[in-house]
Every structure is written in structure tokens, then in C-alpha cells.
Design a protein around this ligand. Structure first.
Ligand SMILES: N[C@@H](CCC(=O)N[C@@H](CS)C(=O)NCC(=O)O)C(=O)O
Length: 205
């Protein structure tokens, strides 16, 4: 299997982390986003949305990071990251959708304003966007923090796809000035995720 990624993409990172934790036999293929490789015809054939990650498995092409995580887990006999029991699986799915629809987009606003715009020379942060991003992140991170009170992991007693998916947008926690410093349950959980081998192995150089 080939997994197209970029080391600075938190969307790609969650798929790469899942592959590592699951022991999936993937070959990582670097897509040079800074040079616009994702808009070249060859890549657009894989993903017309011009985004990483993309998984290629013997002619089957899959994009969307959360779907890739689920697929890799489903291909792995005996794995524990994505429970089989219907309610346990629904719980993980709930947090994966929450990540895709609420948490990641909220964090992306502040990542864009505080980190990416500067890197690609698009000028300073927009105060209106920062306020919008801070409001969104505070709201959703607050939900996560309350959920993590008395829990080590988001679903059940051990890490699942939910922990991997939701942690990667926090990678730039300081540079993106995410307003989560006071959220102590979230902070302790995030330090547990940072101890996972997959987190260490996917740290951008
Ligand atoms: N919903 C998608 C989002 C993927 C995404 O936005 N990837 C970004 C990198 S973090 C990308 O490839 N951007 C390149 C572009 O927009 O041209 C997923 O979860 O896979």
C-alpha cells in the first residue's frame, strides 16, 4: 500500500500514525505541497480534491484521513484501535466525525492565521478570523476537556483511532496559539498521546 502524505499535514499525520500503530505495511510517498504537487494531473487523478492523505491499495484509491484510518484498521486482524463491538465502534465513530466536522476545522482557522499564512507569505493574521477561530476552538476543546475528566483515553481504557485523529491538529499547539492552556484534562491526555511511538515517529523534522 502507498500512503501519500506531507510531514507537516496534520490530516496526513493521523493516517500515518494509524498505519504505524496498526503495523500496516504502507510505503510513504511524499507530496510536495509547497511546490503544488497536489495540483498536478497525476495527483489529481488520485484525489480530485488536491489534498493529502491518499491511500492506494492494489488499485483501490481512498482519500479522507478518517476513512483511511478506518480502512487500515479494518484490514488488520486482531487490532484494538477500532473496536468491533457495535456500541464501542459507534463511540469511536462519533469522535472521528466530531473531529472531521468540528475540531479539525476549528483548529485549522488558527493554524492558518498564526502559522501557515506567515510561512507562505500571505501577510499577517486577520483579527476577525482569529476571534472566530478562538471562539470555535474554545468551545470544542472545552467539550473534549470535560469528556476527558476521569478518563485517560477518549473511548474506553486504551488508545483508539479517536485519540490519534483528535491529537494531530494539536501538533502546533503553541505556534497556532490554541486557547487550550487551561484545559488540564486535555493537556494530560495530549501528553499521553505524545508518548505513543506513532507520535514520536511522525514528528516533523
Ligand atoms: N478532510 C481532509 C482534509 C485534507 C487536507 O486538508 N489536507 C491538506 C493538508 S493538511 C492539503 O493537502 N492541502 C493541500 C491543498 O489544499 O491544496 C482529510 O481529512 O483528509
Amino acid at each position: 500500500m502507498r500512503l501519500y502524505h506531507h510531514p507537516f499535514s496534520f490530516n496526513a499525520r493521523r493516517a500515518v500514525m494509524a498505519a504505524i500503530e496498526l503495523g500496516s505495511p504502507v510505503e510513504l510517498v511524499f507530496v510536495d505541497l509547497a511546490q503544488g504537487a497536489q495540483r498536478q494531473p497525476q495527483f489529481l487523478e488520485l484525489n480530485p480534491n488536491h489534498r493529502v492523505p491518499v491511500l492506494e491499495d492494489d488499485g483501490f484509491i481512498l482519500w479522507e484521513s478518517h476513512a483511511i484510518m478506518q480502512y487500515l484498521a479494518d484490514k488488520t486482524p486482531g487490532q484494538t484501535l477500532y473496536p468491533i463491538a457495535i456500541r464501542a465502534r459507534a463511540d469511536v465513530n462519533r469522535w472521528l466525525f466530531w473531529c472531521a466536522h468540528h475540531f479539525s476545522p476549528a483548529v485549522s482557522v488558527l493554524n492558518w492565521e498564526h502559522v501557515i499564512k506567515g510561512l507562505i507569505g500571505l501577510g499577517g493574521p486577520d483579527p476577525g478570523e482569529i476571534k472566530r477561530g478562538e471562539t470555535l476552538v474554545s468551545e470544542f476543546a472545552g467539550v473534549l476537556d470535560a469528556h476527558l475528566s476521569g478518563r485517560d483515553w477518549i473511548c474506553g481504557e486504551a488508545p483508539t483511532l479517536a485519540d490519534l485523529a483528535i491529537a494531530t491538529p494539536l501538533a502546533q499547539i503553541e505556534q497556532a496559539r490554541l486557547p487550550v492552556g487551561q484545559l488540564r484534562h486535555l493537556q494530560s491526555w495530549f501528553s499521553r498521546v505524545r508518548d505513543l511511538a506513532a507520535w514520536q515517529k511522525t514528528r516533523p523534522a
